[in-house]
Write a new protein. Structure first.
Ligand code: NI
Length: 160
């Protein structure tokens, strides 16, 4: 297992639309293990494959005190409400912004064994689910800002 190099803005790998995973083979398992290692070596709670330069629809999420969740081909099937929360991203180091996202989201995906899973996210977890699925479409949280001046510098903080 290995910690992989984090791609940061303006790396074009972050702007591609990632491809669906059709076969969850050994190379995908290895990739997921490396993504988990990379996430744990960072200050983040979520990591999407494009952030390590792999254009596949895979994300890993580890909320504080929770088990790691692997999402393959995740799709947001329902969004409800609105909430503003401070967000950062491992691919935009040193910055944060207040981002408006859904209060609750429902996501359909496959787990790393290919099993169909459904997740309901609320609060911070809802933001993370939207943030990570955005990455798979080449979207970064900074794209949701109306004004780039809303982005502010930080010293140390948790990053998605
Ligand atoms: Ni991110």
């Amino acid at each position: 297992m290995a910690v992989l190099q984090m791609r940061t803005l303006p790396d074009p790998a972050l702007r591609q639309r990632a491809k669906r995973v059709s076969k969850i083979d050994d190379s995908i398992q290895k990739l997921i293990d490396n993504m988990i290692d990379t996430l744990r070596a960072s200050s983040g709670v979520g990591l999407a494959a494009p952030q390590i330069g792999v254009p596949l629809r895979i994300a890993v999420i580890e909320m504080p005190g929770e088990e790691v969740i692997t999402l393959i081909n995740p799709v947001v099937v329902k969004r409800k409400g609105e909430r503003v929360l401070t967000e950062g991203c491992l691919s935009v180091p040193g910055y944060q912004a207040e981002i408006k996202r859904s209060l609750t989201v429902k996501v359909r995906a496959q787990d790393r064994h290919g099993k169909e899973i459904r997740l309901k996210g609320e609060g911070l977890f809802a933001h993370v689910l939207e943030h990570e699925t955005d990455h798979l479409n080449g979207t970064l949280y900074v794209d949701h800002l109306e004004n780039p001046a809303e982005l502010y510098r930080i010293e140390d903080a948790q990053e998605m």
